[in-house]
Design a binder for this molecule. Structure first.
Ligand SMILES: [Zn+2]
Length: 249
């Protein structure tokens, strides 16, 4: 790794589905744990609909398997603290905003993170659950840890150009208008994973086989490692507004 991690204190990741955390921040989490830092991960849903084959993978079965996969994946990164909110996969936008933010704010208050990682308002891929989690996480940060640095994953334009053929093939993004490429001056954190960290991230990705086995077969392990386990980049979100400091809740 050629550049420092953001901050020195606890890191809290707030994501929508099992596997979001490893794709977008697996290297950062593993590096922070290796540096002796507390890392806590929150997953809003159990990802029970994350399959093209619901007959073979009915929601309860898939949710149970993904829970085991996620635990193993986080363990490979050295992360043992995980909160599962158990909200419906694909149904985050229908949840009562204040009630979810209150749950998240209680976790934020306990962890007292220096750094909070979550999707940008665009949801990174545009997924409605991701967009909702972004809004919840920002509100919870503003309420319970307004001084915490809020970072959103965003690919550098150079990285996106290098891997455009993979993105074209995977069709990850819901819309062509998403701001998934960051200009170099917007990138606040760019972690380049060394070989050991890349290997750990690949192990963590493999651990979530219901989501990654097909992709690993499609791309091959070497390409998967070079694409998904080489760089993680983030932009800074706006600081917490002053009125949230004063609202005292
Ligand atoms: Zn997701």
């Amino acid at each position: 790794m050629t550049n420092p991690l953001p901050g020195t204190g606890p890191v809290l990741g707030i994501w929508a589905h099992p596997d979001d955390e490893v794709y977008l921040s697996g290297g950062l989490m593993a590096a922070a744990r290796a540096a002796g830092r507390r890392v806590v991960c929150v997953t809003a849903t159990r990802g029970e609909h994350g399959t093209d084959d619901p007959e073979h993978w009915p929601p309860e079965r898939l949710a149970a398997v993904r829970e085991v996969e996620l635990t193993a994946s986080l363990a490979a990164l050295g992360v043992t603290e995980h909160h599962q909110l158990g909200l419906p996969d694909g149904g985050c936008a229908r949840q009562p905003f204040d009630a979810v933010v209150a749950r998240l704010a209680a976790i934020v208050a306990e962890v007292r993170p220096e750094v909070v990682l979550t999707f940008g308002p665009d949801g990174f891929t545009g997924h409605p659950d991701h967009r909702m989690v972004s809004a919840w996480a920002e509100a919870a940060r503003n309420r319970a840890a307004p001084a915490a640095r809020l970072l959103h994953p965003r690919l550098t334009a150079a990285f996106a150009d290098t891997w455009q053929h993979v993105y074209d093939r995977l069709q990850l993004f819901d819309s062509a208008d998403l701001p998934w490429r960051a200009a170099p001056d917007r990138v606040a954190v760019e972690l380049r994973l060394d070989d050991a960290l890349a290997d750990r991230k690949l192990v963590a990705l493999r651990a979530q086989a219901t989501q990654t086995a097909e992709l690993l077969t499609l791309l091959g392990a070497e390409t998967m490692r070079a694409w998904a386990c080489s760089v993680e980049s983030f932009v800074d979100a706006a600081p917490a507004p002053a009125w949230d400091f004063a609202d005292g809740c």
